[in-house]
Ligand binder design. Structure first.
Ligand code: GLP
Length: 241
């Protein structure tokens, strides 16, 4: 594992963006696995700046996102589809047809999971998978469990995840209870994994995930077994390691 330490959130975001920028420069048709949550927003801003400066070209880049709430249409401002457009896609020259997310409106879970796994496979493998981390160690929406889930699946969100995400919704009752997420096998199949973490409230779970036992009760702990992981954190998130 390599650790990139940023002094502040902005510094960490810029340094983490360097990794994705280098990937796109070296391989213009890269497949990027993308993530939502508040942590990657600074990284996306930094990528947009580089695009605006003429440093980056996304015209051949393809993306697959980690997850999507079940039941939210793409134009709902809390859907991850909306998030990606608002925070990245609408500001760079990526082709909409090259961006992929689970379809939160598909009610047939088996069908949607099979479709999304096929979409990911058709890209030929993820070059860099960006991840945030939940307070309980979830990556994507792979919640603590008795086993590591493999492919795309439907999850019941844990109460702590619903609580953590309620800040984005009008009320806790509006937070969806289920989501589609890439599985752990898919995440682990990426050639490189870049996990971004920010803030004191993430310090404990960062320590547990990267220096504690590997267990499905802490989904991110599986990353210890990946040969090419980069942990990018600000000073607060890395304060316990
Ligand atoms: C959500 C997303 C995760 C993300 C997590 C942490 O649950 N599904 O992919 O890592 O939130 O979000 P934040 O970065 O806002 O703490």
């Amino acid at each position: 594992m390599r650790i990139i330490k940023g002094t502040t959130y902005e510094d960490m975001s810029r340094k983490a963006a360097d990794v994705l920028a280098a990937q796109v420069l070296l391989k213009p048709n890269s497949v990027l696995g993308l993530a939502t949550g508040s942590t990657p927003i600074g990284l996306y801003k930094s990528l947009i700046e580089r695009y605006n400066n003429g440093e980056l070209d996304f015209s051949a880049v393809r993306t697959v996102n980690l997850d999507e709430y079940r039941g939210l249409p793409a134009d709902n401002d809390q859907s991850y589809n909306y998030f990606m457009h608002h925070n990245l896609f609408d500001h760079i020259n990526i082709k909409p047809e090259n961006t992929h997310l689970p379809n939160g409106l598909e009610t047939d879970a088996e069908k949607e999971c099979a479709r999304y796994d096929a979409v990911i496979a058709a890209q030929g493998g993820v070059d860099v998978q960006l991840l945030g981390i939940g307070h309980n160690g979830h990556i994507g929406f792979n919640e603590p469990a008795d086993h590591f889930p493999t492919g795309t699946h439907l999850v019941d969100l844990q109460q702590s995840t619903i609580e953590a995400n309620k800040r984005f919704f009008a009320s806790i009752d509006d937070v969806p209870r289920q989501a589609y997420t890439m599985g752990i096998r898919t995440i682990m199949s990426a050639k490189c994994i870049l996990l971004v973490a920010s803030g004191k409230d993430k310090a404990e779970i960062v320590k547990k995930s990267f220096f504690g036992p590997v267990t499905p009760q802490v989904p991110a702990s599986i990353l210890q077994l990946h040969p090419n992981v980069i942990l990018a954190g600000d000073a607060d998130a890395l304060s316990l390691i």
